[in-house]
Design a protein around this ligand. Structure first.
Ligand code: GLN
Length: 282
């Protein structure tokens, strides 16, 4: 029989031996999920015994983590902004850097204001649903080229109780949408240069969908398509927020200006890296 504290120690040892970055935290998260125990239980009731099923489940989780599958993907959920989002293998795991973009949009639109927003390449729906959950008078549309990703986004909208304000459409970026429809357009497109992808952590390159990472040879292919497309979709005076890679500010700003945007600027994330490019349609 294995107790909570033995299971936790054993799990940490396995993950440390596999050179996982944060063995203590990961071991705790997987143990909690496998047993239903809370962080407090592990400390206050350390000699509680695991059932055989719980022990077997923990082992399958540890096998996956040893193969560098991220905890969020093993458990199929990830906290983002104030939400707990469901995930599948078809969507990028939402990153904390992206919360910056959400924060910027929320600051631009006070609570109670009604506006329409499009999230192009919505994936799990992380950006769109975080914004809609905080702005009850807003409504939005998420597009994605992946039907499997849209299924995840729809499921998230439903369990968050905002399905009536969030529509989803399978298309490439804004293909098929009318001109001048939205007050706000956001996107976190794939922006990693193809030749950089082999150098990424196995957690990313082997487990995030390539469709959500690969920005082509220049890393800028999505932005080249998006800049004129977002300009077309925005109402006059409408604004856009785009997530970029840390070294793409100059190139993306140039693309935005040539598409006709004004007040183009780049904002830093919490690590002081360029992360969000903004622009306004005149
Ligand atoms: N920020 C992600 C990463 O670090 C990349 C996501 C993207 O290309 N939009 O892997």
């Amino acid at each position: 029989m294995t107790t909570l504290v033995q299971a936790w120690t054993g799990a940490q040892k396995r993950l440390k031996a596999a050179f996982i970055d944060s063995p203590a935290i990961d071991a705790r998260l997987l143990l909690e999920a496998a047993t239903g125990a809370t962080r407090t239980d592990i400390l206050t009731d350390p000699y509680r015994e695991l059932t055989e099923d719980q022990e077997a489940l923990l082992n399958t989780y540890l096998d996956k983590r040893e193969k560098r599958m991220p905890v969020a993907r093993i458990l199929g959920r990830k906290g983002f902004w104030k939400l707990l989002l469901n995930l599948s293998e078809h969507v990028l795991i939402p990153r904390p850097e992206t919360e910056c973009l959400v924060d910027m949009v929320l600051k631009a639109y006070p609570e109670g204001e009604s506006f329409s927003i499009a999230d192009l390449g919505t994936g799990s729906g992380a950006i769109l649903l975080s914004i809609l959950s905080e702005r009850p008078a807003a409504k939005g549309l998420g597009t994605d080229i992946s039907e499997e990703a849209l299924a995840v986004a729809r499921d998230n909208a439903a369990h968050l109780g905002i399905a009536s304000r969030a529509a989803f459409l399978r298309t490439s970026w804004g293909d098929g949408l009318h001109d001048a429809t939205f007050d706000v357009v956001v996107s976190n497109p794939p922006y990693i240069r193809s030749d950089v992808i082999p150098t990424l952590d196995p957690e990313v390159k082997n487990h995030d969908p390539m469709l959500a990472l690969d920005g082509g040879a220049s890393g800028l292919e999505a932005f080249e398509a998006l800049a004129p497309e977002i300009f077309r979709l925005l109402k006059p005076g409408g604004r856009t927020w785009l997530e970029i890679g840390f070294d793409q500010s100059e190139d993306v700003e140039k693309l935005m200006k040539s598409a006709g945007f004004e007040d183009v600027a780049t904002y830093l994330d919490l690590s002081n890296l360029p992360r969000v490019v903004v622009g306004r349609k005149p």
